[in-house]
Design a protein around this ligand. Structure first.
Ligand SMILES: [Zn+2]
Ligand SMILES: [Zn+2]
Length: 349
């Protein structure tokens, strides 16, 4: 069996039936799987998805404080900017383009650390990265951890039901997980420790970096705008942490063919370019499936890509030493524009 066929822990309802057809579980089966795989008392190896949802739970009091104590026009604006733009764009910069696709390289660990901790720490890198490689290899096919054909809940609860790594990997396969994670700087378990914890990331390191990250940001926000701003921005992170789970279902057209000619050029899967995730987070998802290793996904003039703006800014600063940019390749192949005609078009404007 190929590595990407076995690296994720399969759900109890399976990825596919005996004929190789995708299994679409009912809501009850999805929910049962969700709570079974969150149960750390039953199996300590469930700790990582449990930890991820624990962070979301810890943010609920901040949402309540924002809604009932600190509600003001200024704080609503801050929640919008932080929860939509800052958190969303950071997810694209860090988890997606760097940790998964290696679209650019940092000069050193310092700049990697700064970029990793630019926002509140919420989504564990390991859960995102490994499963996202599978998503690209099997987009909209059985085994895709957030196959949109499975429906909203199949995708929404995927970080628990479909994305964690398998708990019974052979040492050789665990080494491949290590290789996929090495450049992220996340401290990994030895194979023996993995057999005990069921995860790549070391629990102690994960908890410590979470506490330091949240303590730092609460103090920073407090110094800027007191408890009102700090609670509001923590609330924003919580709202984002729930809202981002809807992206994979939306980004693949709810499992239907929603691609538009002249907008979506990649026809191999159901991914679509959507205005909102594109504008706030640089997630031009159809473009991204065309050129997954590109540090830029906004290829057309209206396709604002703030994640790319950050990466190119870091490059000018010297914090990023190299990146891959497939914009010219996209224009040449799909818009039939050569660099010369692009330059002429700009000159004629
Ligand atoms: Zn996708
Ligand atoms: Zn990707």
């Amino acid at each position: 069996m190929a590595f990407l066929d076995k690296v994720l822990q399969p759900p109890a309802y399976g990825w596919k039936d005996m004929d190789g057809k995708f299994v679409r579980p009912g809501f009850k089966a999805i929910l049962t799987e969700f709570f079974t795989r969150l149960n750390v008392f039953n199996n300590r190896k469930n700790w990582l998805p449990f930890f991820s949802w624990l962070k979301i739970l810890c943010l609920v009091p901040f949402v309540l404080l924002f809604a009932f104590k600190f509600l003001s026009i200024g704080n609503v604006a801050a929640v919008f900017v932080y929860g939509m733009i800052v958190m969303g764009t950071h997810g694209t910069i860090w988890h997606h383009r760097y940790c998964t696709h290696g679209a650019y390289r940092f000069r050193n660990r310092f700049w990697r650390f700064i970029t990793q901790n630019l926002t509140l720490n919420i989504i564990p890198e390991e859960i995102y990265v490994i499963s996202h490689h599978v998503h690209h290899a099997k987009s909209d096919q059985p085994g895709d951890p957030y196959n949109a054909e499975g429906g909203f809940w199949y995708c929404f609860l995927a970080d628990v039901n479909h994305q964690p790594i398998a708990k019974d990997l052979a040492e050789m396969d665990y080494k491949r997980v290590e290789r996929l994670m090495a450049h992220t700087g996340v401290k990994g378990n030895s194979f023996k420790q993995y057999q005990y914890w069921g995860s790549y990331v070391k629990p102690f390191n994960a908890v410590l970096s979470w506490i330091i990250n949240w303590a730092f940001w609460y103090c920073a926000f407090y110094l800027i705008g007191g408890h009102g701003l700090a609670c509001s921005l923590f609330a924003a992170a919580g709202i984002w942490g729930v809202g981002v789970r809807t992206f994979n279902y939306d980004g693949h057209g709810h499992g239907e063919d929603k691609q538009r000619d002249g907008v979506d050029y990649n026809k191999k899967d159901k991914s679509i370019n959507q205005l909102w995730p594109g504008l706030v987070a640089g997630e031009w998802h159809n473009n991204h499936h065309l050129y997954p290793k590109s540090a830029r996904s906004g290829f057309k003039s209206y396709q604002l890509d703030m994640a790319w703006l950050y990466i190119s800014f870091m490059y000018r600063l010297g914090a990023v030493v190299s990146y891959r940019d497939d914009k010219a390749a996209f224009k040449a192949k799909y818009l039939k524009l050569t660099p010369v005609t692009v330059a002429a078009a700009v000159a004629n404007k």
